[in-house]
Design a protein around this ligand. Structure first.
Ligand code: PEP
Ligand code: MG
Length: 571
């Protein structure tokens, strides 16, 4: 099967089909003589849910934060809550409904009641009620709820799609590779796979229809091909390829501590993108000189409440301390679009990527942004960090965000909490609007980081996660390159600097062109750092500038691709 190459490397193993079934609730009237049986079924589901929660709690005990421990304890209490049992029993006895229907109605009523409360904390409990209710409904139906958190053996996960929360919850040591029906190169599954260095092919379209689970599969994440039930010859070939891939990777590791410097002495920064504190290890292993993009939103996902200021501070401190003085760029919360939080109300939108997302949420909900900024400021006392706002389109947005930042600083000062007062503040250039007024925006900030994943989708009007139009998603389109060049030039004119933290920074074919355009910092999935470093170390800046000029004069992505192909020397 041909899909989209999303994360390089070869994985060989058994298929684990991960499909989240939509549970159909059977509403059935019952006879009087069935009342006892239905109540007994409900009791049994309750018992089973309690056992499962206790087992998860035990398994995760060492890795859970205090808040998460509290959440599991609250879930356990909800299962045994007398209000719930009373309501379910009443529906069974008085309304003569079967246990599933009685449970679903009761859960919905309690959920609505919590939703209607004024208290934010209690309102957030509504999500917990739903979570617990869903587990109980699955147990009543005698069905297992799909999750990647408890895998018994090493597998290749095949799924219609994976949400950021599926991947955050997954047992990553057991996942050899990913294959998804949906998605493109910059979908979050792909980004996550690259940062975990797990081979992945996305956009395969019908893998989950054709497979049952348990088949042997080969995932070639470099070419985007997946083989199911391969022949012995194919297996032999791919075992060899896998070995040579690891060998190459090992060779490139030797560049780890060398700078990314051209043959004529232009040095650029090689930094990594991370999502959670544990990604720092992979970044350092690959020789990252800093973190160019810390996607802080992953700390906000797969949980039932917002992380508190202290909880954020603890996680952030862990990152800067591990980076030991190397700079870490914190991007403020970037949710909305395809990244929702279960515990936060998001409006129903026809175009979520053009909707309430990123800095727009931060400015509408300054309480959330300020809590995060306070946690980041407190962290600045323990290492080197920078702050960056996502998806900016105007000068006013930067000024408003900085106003909130100053408020956070004042509060810390009043409480004598130490922080670095000279933190660099930058923005992500992810919209054509920001690129076109880069000369005005640079006056408000210290640096730019171009988010080519979104910049490409907004410039070309091509949804970054839509596999049907994946062929139109071209970060090396002349329009995108022209905007990138404008942004770099505007920052240099003001004596400031520009990085790229979109996936384009880690594309082998783009490296020389971006270098030649004057890019100062390349931030990418850590696994790509050695190969991009290698590309930069074999050219001169003079040649790179000529190549970039030539590329910028071209009229189409095809022309650019053909030209770059013709000048690439194999090494
Ligand atoms: C981008 O848009 O290029 C970017 C780096 O942000 P994200 O992929 O998290 O949207
Ligand atoms: Mg983005």
């Amino acid at each position: 099967m041909q899909g989209i190459a999303a994360s390089p490397g070869i994985a060989i193993g058994k298929v684990y089909l991960f499909k989240k079934e939509i549970l159909e609730i059977d509403f059935r009237p019952i006879e009087e003589n069935q009342i006892h049986r239905e109540i007994a079924r409900f009791e049994e589901a309750k018992h089973k849910t309690r056992e499962q929660l206790e087992a998860i709690q035990k398994k995760l005990a060492d890795n859970m934060s205090d808040e998460e421990v509290d959440i599991f304890s609250a879930h356990l209490l909800m299962v045994s809550d007398p209000t719930l049992s009373y309501s379910v029993e009443r529906y069974i006895m008085v309304n003569r409904l079967n246990a599933e229907a009685a449970l679903e109605k009761s859960i919905n009523e309690i959920w609505e009641m919590f939703q209607g409360l004024d208290d934010e904390y209690l309102k957030e409990r509504a999500t917990d009620i739903k979570d617990v209710g869903t587990s109980m409904l699955y147990n009543l139906a005698g069905k297992e709820m799909a999750s990647l958190s408890r895998l018994d053996s090493e597998v290749i996960v095949v799924s219609p799609d994976l949400t950021p929360s599926d991947t955050a919850r997954m047992d990553s040591d057991k996942v050899l590779g990913f294959v998804t029906d949906a998605g493109g190169r910059t979908s979050h599954t792909a980004i996550m796979a690259r940062s975990l260095e797990i081979p992945a092919v996305v956009g395969v379209r019908n893998a989950t229809y054709l497979l049952k689970g348990g088949e042997t599969a080969i995932v070639d994440g470099s070419s985007g091909i997946v083989y199911f039930n391969p022949t012995d010859e194919q297996l032999d070939y791919y075992y060899l390829l896998k070995e040579s891939y690891s060998h190459n990777k090992h060779m490139l590791q030797e560049l780890r501590n060398l700078p990314a410097i051209t043959t004529d002495g232009r040095r650029v920064e090689m930094v990594a993108n991370i999502g959670v504190p544990k990604d720092v290890k992979v970044a350092l292993k690959n020789g990252a000189e800093g973190i160019g993009l810390f996607r802080t939103e992953f700390l906000f996902m797969d949980r039932a409440t917002f992380p508190s200021e202290d909880e954020q501070f603890k996680a952030y401190k862990m990152v800067v301390e591990q980076m030991a003085g190397r700079p870490v760029i914190f991007r403020t919360l970037d949710v909305g679009g395809d990244k929702n939080l279960g515990y936060m109300d998001f409006p129903r939108e026809l175009n979520p990527f053009l909707g309430w997302r990123a800095i727009r949420i931060g400015l509408d909900r300054p309480d959330i942004l300020k809590t995060q900024l306070r946690a980041i400021l407190r962290t600045s006392h323990y290492g080197c960090l920078r702050i960056m706002y996502p998806m900016i389109i105007s000068v006013e947005e930067i000024r408003k965000a900085n106003w909130i930042l100053n408020e956070a600083k004042d509060e810390l000062r009043k409480n004598n909490i130490p922080f670095n007062n000279n933190i660099q503040v930058g923005i992500m250039v992810e919209t054509p609007a920001a690129a076109l007024i880069a000369d005005r925006l640079i006056e408000e900030v210290d640096f730019f980081s171009i988010g080519t994943n979104d910049l490409t989708q907004y410039t070309l009007a091509v949804d970054r996660g839509n596999e049907t139009i994946a062929h139109l998603y071209q970060p090396m389109h002349p329009a995108v390159l022209k905007l990138i060049k404008m942004v770099i030039d505007a920052s240099h004119k003001a004596g400031k600097w520009t990085g790229i933290c979109g996936e384009l920074a880690g594309e082998e074919t783009a490296a020389v062109v971006l270098l030649g355009m004057g890019l100062d910092e390349f931030s990418m999935s850590a696994g790509s750092i050695p190969i991009i470093k290698k590309q930069i170390r074999i050219v001169s800046y003079e040649d790179a500038k000529n190549i970039a000029d030539r590329v910028l004069s071209m009229s189409s992505s095809n022309e650019i691709a053909e030209y770059l192909d013709s000048i690439t020397k194999p090494f």
